[in-house]
Design a protein around this ligand. Structure first.
Ligand code: GTP
Ligand code: MG
Length: 316
């Protein structure tokens, strides 16, 4: 299955070197991505006729084992899922015991709502996982907001050795969206070549570069395609290596909403659909923060409040 997935797109009927190149530049670099594409997307990407696009997709689907797993296999897989505590009972309970490995958790909310703080806490607390040998965090920092001093404080709060905790977090600054995508792909090298036991990958912020670089309607499709490719890489990491991906996302104002919450997460459906859990963060009364679980496969929607303090998240 893995080797099939990696098979080159040139093996498909009607895909020569030039078409293959066009496909790759917009993110269709393996058979799986083509097997799940729609004909319209391939037409837009390569300029082939719709009939040819259908043929290509069909061939990709045939050559791939589209992978049915038995319920028992999936249950076994679920048993390997681990939960990283956020250090606050209410918040952990909201997520069914903590932040799950094997999943993407998206946190969205306005500036100062606590997204980056949650990222720091996860980077520290993944090191508390009992069944893991030397768990490590990867922090992809796009906004230059990673702070080692903050890690040391939180590590003390979690009763870990602050220096060791810092050593077990691998940080990389991403200077633009392409760089960010490349870094996500490089996480696999850390796991395979450096033999690191990566248990959480933090992407803070997931969408800021994409938002800044693709402005205006005309570029929206291109942005979403790139973001889609990025999400696929992250999803595959989460799934293949049973790690938790934590991605933060800003919100934008929605002038068309008069009732309810007038904010909306950047990245739209692409990010929302790829995420297993979605958490909406907002500022609450007296400097508190409120986390709301808005999307989850097996937990009810709910909210909890907390304060961000030096040692971690405290109950209200
Ligand atoms: P943007 O990245 O701007 O969208 O915001 P964000 O959601 O990432 O916000 P962030 O996680 O940076 O939240 C910052 C908030 O955490 C601030 O309002 C601080 O008051 C609070 N905070 C950060 N560190 C500490 C700390 O050591 N002690 C306390 N009490 N609060 C802290
Ligand atoms: Mg932030």
């Amino acid at each position: 299955m893995e080797s099939k997935k990696q098979e080159s797109v040139e093996t498909l009927p009607g895909v020569g070197a030039a078409t293959a190149e066009k496909l790759r530049t917009v993110g269709y670099s393996d058979l799986m991505s083509i097997a799940v594409a729609s004909p319209g997307e391939l037409v837009d990407a390569t300029g082939v006729t719709e009939q040819a696009a259908r043929k290509i997709i069909k061939a990709a689907r045939v050559s791939m084992d589209m992978g049915f797993e038995s319920g028992t296999d999936l249950l076994k897989k679920r048993e390997t899922v681990e939960k990283i505590t956020i250090g606050n009972k209410g918040f952990d309970k909201l997520l069914g015991g903590g932040f799950e490995t094997g999943a993407i958790v998206e946190a969205f909310g306005e500036f100062g709502s606590g997204k980056t703080q949650l990222g720091h806490i996860l980077a520290v607390n993944c090191q508390l996982l009992k069944n893991e040998k030397n768990p490590v965090a990867v922090f992809i920092d796009t906004e230059n907001t990673f702070r080692p001093e903050r890690i040391m404080q939180l590590a003390k709060g979690a009763k870990l050795d602050p220096k060791k905790a810092l050593e077990n977090i691998k940080v990389a600054r991403a200077f633009n969206s392409d760089h960010q995508m490349l870094l996500a792909e490089k996480v696999e090298d850390l796991i395979k070549k450096q033999d690191l036991n990566v248990k959480v990958v933090i992407v803070d912020s997931l969408t800021a570069h994409f938002r800044a670089e693709f402005i205006g309607r005309g570029t929206l499709a291109e942005r979403q395609q790139k973001l889609n490719k990025h999400m696929h890489v992250l999803l595959k990491l989460a799934d293949t290596y049973n790690l938790c991906v934590f991605a933060t996302n800003q919100v934008m104002a929605r002038p068309d909403v008069f009732f309810g919450d007038p904010t909306q997460a950047i990245g739209g459906h692409i990010v929302a659909h790829a995420s297993t859990f979605r958490i909406y963060l907002r500022k609450g009364k007296k400097g508190s923060r409120v986390a709301k679980l808005v999307d989850s496969p097996n937990m009810p929607e709910g909210e909890c409040g907390f304060y961000i303090e030096e040692s971690g998240l405290k109950d209200i």
